[in-house]
Ligand binder design. Sequence first.
Ligand SMILES: [Zn+2]
Length: 207
Amino acid sequence: MNEISENFDLHDHDHADDGKLPVPNEVQEAIRTLLRWSGDDPAREGLIDTPARVARAWKEYCQGYNEDPAVHLSRQFEEVGGYNEIVLLKDIPFQSHCEHHMAPITGKASIAYLPRERVVGISKLARVLHGFARRLQIQERLTAQVAQCIWDNLDPFGVAVVIEAQHGCMTGRGVKTPGVGMVTSRMMGAFLSDPRSRKEVLSLMGY
Ligand SMILES: [Zn+2]
């Protein structure tokens, strides 16, 4: 390891280099090519370790490929004390990346279900969201996948997922419109068929 990368490691909050995921040369080379294409010089000091960092960062952004989000819903509780109203986890912050530009999608999701006889620990809903968000996505599919996963695994009376997000590919390039949010929703079961239930869940979510 050269001196430059040692210096950078100190600033990195990363511990010893041996704990880090090795990055194959061809991956680093691909990022150098992108740096050159963007107009910079991958050989300059500040960019020496960038290809390896970018590669490891992408492994993290895309961690969801290594998991089946449904596993988070496997531990279920049947003892719900007669509770048969909406369970809602509101405004869960998340980050994803769009599959068209690999640009960040940042936003918040509200996830609700109407239990039939089983519930899960409430944080598990956020884990399901992150499992699907940590992949290359489009917001519409992310919304649908989270809803479908809860629907399939909890067998509830209804599922409602609303996602509000900003897209880096829209705020930082193209039409360059910061502050514009995109809202997608997926309603299933009672939230789809019963307008009163839908209205209730949307109002609990703050819409
Ligand atoms: Zn995009």
